[in-house]
Write a protein that binds this ligand. Structure first.
Ligand SMILES: *Cc1c(COP(=O)(O)O)cnc(C)c1O
Length: 414
């Protein structure tokens, strides 16, 4: 038998002790644990999940065909592709530029796009090019990656509450922020900033020479005219903002993995010696050192999202999800529960019943309606007393879940 370990008392390395400052349980791990325990005790019950923001609708045919075709190319010497360019293949970069920017009248150039394996890694990894001492402002509640990766790097954070009291429009930080994470349309609240509401943030960043990290993973769900698809629709943003995009929610790539990040060439920062550096060049350097490209096959799939059929089919899937959003929102509001979001985003953010805490409401819905949502407090302290439902379920489950919730809430309203 092979010995697993010669020494019982561990290594002597110095670890990144900042990891002791982040919570142990990733939010969705705790949700999954409670659901698993419930299911084991109640084998006969069918639990419906409107919880984690994962997709349920099949990936559209245009994308699948492109992936299959590209896979076959890999099986022939003449069409085989090895390592991909770090920034992504031209065919995908050009499709992104045309459809997401040029056609919308937004100025972005080829050398400013970096194709990646998704927005989660990029929103976290971007910290690699930021110095330790930066003061970071993050909206609260938020997608957990921003807070956790900032803590892992030992950065100081100021949270900016977003609640009904400020109509989910964050106030400027008290302590001048070097780096500001904004995510619109927002996960988890489903709320947006209009162009007029985003402009002051760009102005703030220009005035304080700060950097905005703009997560636009839900851009494809924007339905209202005055809501920006990209931060670069706002004057001045090219000098102060990096934007993250993802094919995950746009086209169901959560399991395929593709996204991209825009780092404008206008973006610069100074070293402590006063030397000016390009963030675009730094990110290129970071990616070429630590990242070896998104797979060719998947980039072909992403390219197909922008084909006429791909656009049509993915729009239909998004419309399907947004119909779910409407069903959830109208169902909950018919009970007098106050709900937000669900118009430009696939999330509905609602108050819990009878002032329950978010986790009490989670357990209440799981036990009484066998419906799973996500406790708002898991996204930050300002999420306490709220609950997130996702529109990414299938129609049948969504309808049943809403009916079950209605039934239990009606018999429990104070
Ligand atoms: C889902 C999501 C992402 C997407 O991450 P991927 O790694 O591209 O799947 C990024 N940001 C937010 C806010 C999200 O909700």
């Amino acid at each position: 038998m092979r010995l697993r370990s010669l020494k019982e008392n561990g290594t002597m390395i110095k670890i990144n002790e900042h990891y002791t400052e982040i919570g142990n349980n990733y939010l969705f791990a705790e949700v999954a644990k409670r659901v698993k325990e419930y299911k084991e005790k109640h084998l006969e019950k069918k639990v419906i999940s409107l919880g984690i923001g994962d997709i349920t609708q099949p990936i559209v045919p245009a994308v699948i065909e492109a992936i299959v075709k590209a896979t076959r190319e890999m099986g022939k010497a003449e069409t085989l592709r090895g390592y991909a360019p770090y920034e992504g293949y031209d065919f995908l970069v050009n499709a992104i530029l045309k459809h997401d920017f040029t056609d919308r009248g937004i100025a972005v150039e080829a050398g400013e796009i970096f194709v990646s394996d998704g927005a989660k890694s990029d929103t976290g990894n971007i910290g690699d090019i930021l110095g330790e001492g930066n003061q970071v402002a993050i909206t609260d509640p938020a997608y957990p990656v921003y807070v956790d990766t900032s803590l892992m790097a030992g950065r100081k954070i100021e949270l900016l509450p977003c609640t009904p009291a400020n109509q989910f429009v964050p106030s400027f930080p008290e302590k001048t922020a070097d780096v500001i994470y904004l995510c619109y349309p927002n996960n988890p609240t489903g709320t947006v900033l209009t162009k007029d509401q985003l402009k002051p943030w760009v102005d703030y960043a220009v005035e304080h020479q700060s950097l905005i990290l703009y997560d636009a993973a839900y851009e494809a769900f924007v339905s209202q005219e005055n809501v920006p698809h990209s931060i670069y629709e706002i004057e001045g943003a090219h000098g102060v903002a990096i934007e993250f995009r993802s094919f995950s929610k746009t086209a169901g790539f959560t399991g395929l993995r593709a996204g991209y990040t825009v780092v404008p060439k206008d973006l610069t920062a100074k070293t402590s010696k006063g030397e000016t550096l390009s963030l675009n060049a730094m990110w290129r350097r970071r990616q070429s050192t630590k990242f070896n490209g998104t797979s060719y096959v998947i980039q072909r799939g992403a390219e197909a999202v922008y084909s006429p059929e791909g656009l049509k089919q993915t729009r239909e899937t998004i419309a399907y999800y947004m119909q779910n959003a409407k069903i959830i929102k109208e169902g909950l509001e018919s009970l007098g529960l106050k709900c937000y979001g669900g118009v430009n985003a696939p999330y509905i953010w609602c108050r819990t019943l009878n002032s329950m805490t978010s986790w009490e409401f989670f357990d209440f819905l799981l036990n009484n309606a066998q419906v799973v949502g996500t406790p708002g407090s898991g996204f930050g302290a300002s999420g306490e007393g709220f609950f997130r439902f996702t529109a990414f379920g299938n129609r049948e489950d969504t309808l049943v879940a809403v009916e079950r919730i209605k039934a239990v809430l009606l018999s429990n309203i104070d």
